[in-house]
Design a protein around this ligand. Structure first.
Ligand code: PLP
Length: 472
């Protein structure tokens, strides 16, 4: 494709995207395809001859769009907001168009330095002190794995340079809760800690927040047993019920024993853009690493997860490889982001944030987040006031966990009822919510925060839910 051909096909594509985004609310929320349907729409063999770009647009419309669950749809209340602001989309397109290679400062000084700039802007915007430095990772899962790898190396005094974990005499222990995201367990297992060395610390009642005293007792018990407490992963806004572990208590306990504290604020990090929400992570300054995803509620298009540490030297010491072909004469003066995480090559992801912050502006982003908090409070009130309806967990941010329990219905019958009404709505395409288990029983998470969702959409959702339940 020549640049001129690109120009023409690109204009068409941008027009198509703009129309698509404008008319999104006319489409069903949930993908309306059966398993294999999208795959079977395509030839099993690669295209034998080139096809014009406008044919691909037709394929997008006919075969791909029906296979998309529309998470930008104003009636999407599933999982978590996965906003993709159009301003950040422009940054993503710019990143692709520039075709950069991020493997060293020299391979693209601008990529490194814009990333430095936007990570520092974001640090200021969430109220972290200048003791923190950050980089962009693909996901919070990768950030958590990175955190546990560097925690492991600090606790084991760089066992990677000896026999690794396999040669350590004391098992290294990681602490979290059942409420933590599944990526935390995955990271601990991948980092080699082993399931036997993963402690699920008890939680405090309906808050599902880690119990500080229980954590302290578990750590003491591990020392007594000859184990080495290594890392605590605190959930700041869990996926299930938006639980907030008490970071201030956790860092105090951790400090006594030099245990690493990683704060997983994947979803709730966006709330820290609002000064009035920052009490929810009091104590965060004394943690060791933090990750959060602008690619969720804040609305930077996937993938954009921020990872901050206080001890950059330690991070780099664990992650650095420095092969000769990547060295340059300015290495002592510059950052090499390949040494801040697992991958060597990186995209120019910083442009997504740079576009979004410049074009949308932080005031509008904050206003939208406040609107969503307000909508969540309103929705929770409607549910709580209605007979036989329950709000099952504190509404700390924008997620409302609900259940309808008619008299005499419990156990498996209640589960069938819950899954019945939510699946009926989801399958209809009119709205989408995530059923999820809480203490072994199904409930429904209504996660509010799509850029296009207004109070009117929530009113419509509440009517839909009540009508579905009445239909029984
Ligand atoms: N941690 C929490 C609290 C989350 O809510 C999620 C995603 O829902 C993750 C981690 C994983 O995020 P990612 O998809 O960026 O790996």
């Amino acid at each position: 494709m020549t640049p001129e051909e690109f120009r023409s096909a690109g204009h068409e594509l941008i027009d198509w995207i703009a129309d698509y985004r404008s008319n999104l609310d006319q489409r069903p929320v949930r993908a309306q395809v059966d398993p294999g349907e999208v795959r079977n729409a395509f030839s099993k063999q690669p295209p034998p001859t080139p096809r014009p770009a406008d044919q691909l647009l037709r394929d997008l419309e006919q075969h791909i769009v029906p296979g998309i669950t529309q998470v930008q749809h104003p009636m999407h209340f599933g999982w978590f907001p996965s906003n993709a602001s159009l301003a950040s989309t422009l940054g993503d397109i710019a990143s692709s168009g520039l075709g950069t290679l991020g493997i060293s400062w020299e391979s693209c000084p601008a990529l490194t330095e814009v990333e430095e700039v936007v990570c520092d802007w974001m640090r200021q915007l969430i109220g972290l002190s200048g003791n923190w430095e950050g980089c962009i990772q693909d996901t919070a899962s990768t950030a958590c794995l990175t955190a546990l790898l560097i925690a492991r190396e600090r606790a084991s005094d760089y066992s990677e340079n000896r026999g690794g974990l396999q040669a350590e005499h004391k098992p290294l222990i990681v602490y979290t809760t059942e409420e933590a995201h599944s990526s935390v367990v995955k990271a601990a297992l991948l980092a080699g800690f082993g399931r036997d060395n993963l402690r699920m610390v008890p939680m405090v009642g309906a808050t599902r927040a880690m119990s500080g005293p229980a954590l302290a007792r578990q750590i003491e018990a591990d020392f007594d047993a000859g184990n080495l407490p290594c890392a605590i992963v605190a959930s700041v806004g869990s996926t299930g019920v938006t639980a907030f572990d008490p970071v201030d208590e956790i860092v105090e306990i951790a400090a006594e024993h030099a245990i690493w504290v990683h704060v997983d604020a994947a979803m709730a990090g966006s709330a820290m853009l609002l000064p009035e929400c920052r009490h929810l992570w009091n104590g965060v300054e004394s943690s060791d690493s933090i990750s959060w995803n602008p690619h969720k509620w804040m609305g930077t298009i996937l993938d954009c997860s921020l990872f901050y540490v206080r001890d950059v030297q330690h991070l780099v010491r664990v992650m650095s490889t420095n092969p000769s072909y990547l060295r340059s004469t300015v290495d002592s003066e510059v950052k090499q982001y390949r040494d801040w995480g697992i991958p060597l090559g990186r995209r120019f992801r910083a442009l997504k944030l740079w576009y979004q912050l410049n074009i949308d502006g932080i005031d509008a982003i904050r206003e939208r987040l406040r609107r969503d908090l307000d909508n969540a409070r309103w929705f929770a009130e409607q549910v709580a006031q209605r007979e036989h309806w329950q709000v099952l967990a504190p509404v700390n941010l924008q997620t409302v966990c609900i259940r309808h329990q008619p008299p005499g219905l419990d156990g498996d019958a209640l589960d069938r009822h819950t899954l019945g009404w939510v699946n009926a709505i989801n399958q209809s395409g009119a709205a989408f919510m995530s059923p999820s288990k809480l203490d072994g029983r199904w409930m429904v998470r209504v996660s509010i925060g799509v850029e296009a969702t207004t109070r009117a959409h929530l009113e419509k959702l509440w009517q839909l839910i009540q009508a579905e339940v009445a239909r029984g």
